[in-house]
Each structure stands twice: as C-alpha cells, then as structure tokens.
Write a protein that binds this ligand. Structure first.
Ligand code: 9MG
Length: 260
C-alpha cells in the first residue's frame, strides 16, 4: 500500500502532492513500482496536526481519486475517519476504507456497511492531537486484542462482512517506543483473529527514536528492517512511502521463508 498524502502537513510527504497532477504522477509511479493499493489521505494524523473540515477534506481527495481511477485499475483506499469523506471517496472510485479511528466516528460503521467495501480498522489510543501525551496500557498487545474483538463485533453487528475486515495495531498512535517495540515483537499474536493484518511503520518516529535521528528522510533502512520483521510475524499489508525498496525487501524475506 503506497502512501499518497494530499495534505500540506504530513510528517514525510506533506506538501509534496497537493496538486492533482503531482498526486497522480506519484500514484502512477508507486503502481509501476508494484503497489497494489494507493492510500489517499486528505488530513494529517501526525501528533499536533490541524483538523480539516469535511468539505476541505473531500475537495483534497475526490479529484485525486477520480484522476487515479481514470488512469489505472489499482485499488484506491481512502484514509479518513469521516463518514462523509468515505462516501464521497468511494463514489469517486476508492474501494477500501482505511480508518485510523477504527470506524468509531458517528455513522462510520453504517456508511461502510452500506458501501460494502473492505475496511481497515486501526487501533489508536486517544486522538491524534493528544495521543502521545501519556499513553498507558495494562499489556499493550492484550489491550489491543480486546479492542479488535470489540470492533470486529461492532462491525459485524452493523452489517460489515467479517471477510471485509483488515486489522492494524496502529504503530505510533497513542504508544510509547516500548509499546511499539512490544507490538512488533509480538505481532504474530494478532493472527488469532484470522484476518489480514496491515502495518504502518514506514519512516515513523519510533524508528527515529531507535536511531536517535529526528529526520524522516534518514529512516529508509530502518523502515525496511521493520517491514521484514513484521512480515516474519504475519503482516500481510504494508503502508509505505517507499514501494520499490519495501517490495524488494519483502521478496527476499518471502523467498527465505518459503525454503523448506
Ligand atoms: C493513515 N495512517 C498513518 N499511519 C497509519 C498506520 O500505521 N496504519 C494505517 N492503517 N493508516 C495509517
């Protein structure tokens, strides 16, 4: 899954793709490099990012989604927590909803059930603006398992098909470095749900903390290491900024895992 932020303030690609032309070019490049999904977002979820109105978010993403849809059949996912944006994006050609808020906004479950598209339900403690203030868990893996259990039930009760659910533990969303490390080390425990597992580790600050490097541009090799480790622990989908590099790393990982 290639990341395509149409935002001015995302932590890595903010401001790079805020014209339809540049966003389309980047989408096509990521497709050429092997992306199966392009994840289009119109609101940054990094800690401290500004809130965006429904109409501004729709304006940012709909034109881009329509332009990608005209040029390629790649699966487009919409990265949003707002039901109105989910609806507008799917009408414009998106076919997957990626919600960092786990479909907890009023109306989100119902809209996704009606749209009948796959949904990525991500775990986040708190909300983007304040989530890193003081995240606390009893046991981060067990607590997220419980969250998934409850969200899967809510999804199914609302009419979302179980086979349309993708789970994501939400690296960096209301988690300390120690929580993120525990999550990556024990990622295989989420296989109990028998659902696809998506991870977003690409260039995140947890890697910067390990490297003692504040600059996201310097985190490619760390991102690849994290992706490979996640793969060995059962991750199926990878939300990344660097499609070709990640795919190459995962191909090596899969080849070695496939040897008898
Ligand atoms: C939008 N976004 C930013 N980080 C993410 C992550 O880790 N997972 C998912 N599903 N979406 C994310």
């Amino acid at each position: 899954m290639g990341v395509l932020n149409t935002t001015p303030d995302s932590f890595f690609d903010g401001g790079k793709f805020n014209s339809v032309k540049s966003a389309l070019q980047q989408a096509l490049l990521m497709c050429q490099q092997g992306a199966d999904i392009i994840d289009v977002g119109g609101e940054s979820t990094r800690p401290g990012a500004k809130e965006v109105s429904v109409s501004d978010e729709i304006k940012r993403v709909v034109e881009v989604i329509a332009a990608i849809r005209q040029e390629t059949e790649v699966c487009i996912s919409i990265d949003t927590s707002k039901p109105e944006v989910m609806l507008a994006a799917v009408n414009a050609g998106a076919s997957l909803v990626n919600d960092v808020n786990g479909l907890r906004a009023y109306g989100a479950l119902e809209v996704c059930a009606d749209l009948n598209v796959p949904v990525c339900v991500m775990h986040m403690q708190g909300e983007p603006r304040t989530m890193q203030a003081n995240p606390v868990y009893n046991d981060v893996v067990d607590d997220i398992k419980l969250f998934f259990e409850q969200r899967i039930k809510s999804c199914c009760d609302a009419g979302i098909k179980r086979e349309n659910i993708i789970l994501d533990p939400g690296f960096g969303f209301g988690k300390t470095l120690e929580h993120n490390l525990q999550l990556l080390k024990r990622l295989d425990e989420f296989q109990i749900f028998n659902l696809p597992l998506l991870v977003g580790l690409s260039r995140k600050s947890m890697l910067g903390k390990i490297l003692n490097d504040d600059v996201p541009e310097n985190r490619l090799f760390a991102s690849l290491a994290a992706a490979v480790l996640a793969r060995t622990r059962g991750a199926n989908l990878f939300r990344v900024h660097d499609v070709k590099a990640t795919l190459d790393a995962l191909k090596v990982c899969d080849a070695i895992n496939g040897v008898q």
